[in-house]
Design a binder for this molecule. Structure first.
Ligand SMILES: Nc1ncnc2c1ncn2[C@@H]1O[C@H](COP(=O)(O)OP(=O)(O)O)[C@@H](O)[C@H]1O
Ligand SMILES: [Mg+2]
Length: 280
């Protein structure tokens, strides 16, 4: 077994918006930090509800400044409550897959400078099947798909998994149920998705990651621009978030993810129509 340190890059995604991606990513990031992991969150959502706003942060710079060569990556990354770090990439992310060769080299070099600073990268991908969402999910080593008990959440998740498995050859997905009433309901939702996937898709593997109960404290956390984990660490939702973080860390199956951080960035940056970088 090789000894080199591996960074895990996990995308958190959904077919439908508003299912709790940003909330889950912020809380999981804090949970991992509390377990001694150094976490970088990449905000790759182009929507309005970005993590910096959710946590009351006011980033002065974004990935845009890095792409324009105005700032180093380490100047753009900011500290978030709970000790994790955030790369506020939202406004620059559209360009990420349309960089020219020299910009890519520059960015890859910049990314090299931060890779020893983190153990885990969590990506808030945004919802749907736009090319941005696809690229981040394709490039990540592991994918967590969030669904709720709303029928549209299920059908949209199905559409997302369909595109990722057929077009991008991604065959493994971890499924997280949010807003569930109890474990039985959550099992039921997962089984429904699995049934449809088995029937109509070319056998992607769906692993049940767990569930988070509905908790009105989430809304309070938004108002306080903090997370439920910090404000109410003992609510059932907070406990399930901690349990999820533990479970993710305990997944020792190396087959569950592939590559390293360089692999991720290369894969992401090579997803565009412009010529590929030579392999490192
Ligand atoms: N388990 C939950 N129980 C209650 N409210 C939740 C839960 N998860 C998320 N929310 C709320 O749902 C809304 C959407 O969450 P958000 O994280 O912004 O979703 P997304 O990033 O998928 O669009 C927020 O107001 C959030 O507080
Ligand atoms: Mg969001």
């Amino acid at each position: 077994m090789e000894n080199t340190r591996r960074i895990r890059v996990i995308s958190v995604t959904s077919g439908k918006g508003g299912v709790g991606k940003t909330s889950v990513v912020a809380n999981l990031a804090q949970a991992f930090q509390s377990m001694g992991k150094r976490v970088l969150v990449l905000d790759a959502d182009l929507g309005l509800a970005n993590m910096d706003i959710m946590l009351g942060l006011n980033p002065r710079y974004t990935m845009d400044h890095v792409l324009k060569g105005q700032k180093r990556l380490e100047e753009v990354i900011i500290a978030a409550p709970g000790g994790f770090h955030l790369l506020p990439a939202a406004s620059g992310i559209q360009e990420l897959t349309h960089l020219d060769y020299s910009q890519r080299l520059f960015l890859l070099n910049e990314l090299d400078t931060i890779q020893d600073s983190f153990d885990l990268v969590l990506i808030d991908t945004g919802a749907g099947i736009s090319s941005n969402v696809m690229f981040f999910n394709f490039a990540a080593m592991e994918r967590v798909v969030i669904i709720t008990n709303e029928p549209t959440s299920l059908t949209d998740a199905y559409a997302l998994i369909k595109v990722l498995s057929s077009k991008y050859k991604q065959k493994r997905f971890k499924v997280l149920i949010n807003w569930a009433r109890n474990a039985v309901e959550s099992d039921h939702i997962f089984r429904n998705l699995s049934l449809v996937a088995d029937k109509y898709l070319c056998s992607p593997r769906l692993d049940y990651l767990g569930w988070i109960p509905y908790d009105k404290q989430f809304s309070r956390a938004i108002l306080k621009q903090d997370t439920i984990l910090r404000l109410n660490p003992n609510t059932p939702a907070s406990r399930s978030l901690m349990a999820l973080a533990k479970k993710i860390l305990s997944i020792a199956d190396q087959g569950a993810f592939e590559g390293d951080i360089k692999f991720f960035w290369h894969r992401l940056l090579n997803c565009s129509p412009t010529p590929s970088l030579p392999s490192a």
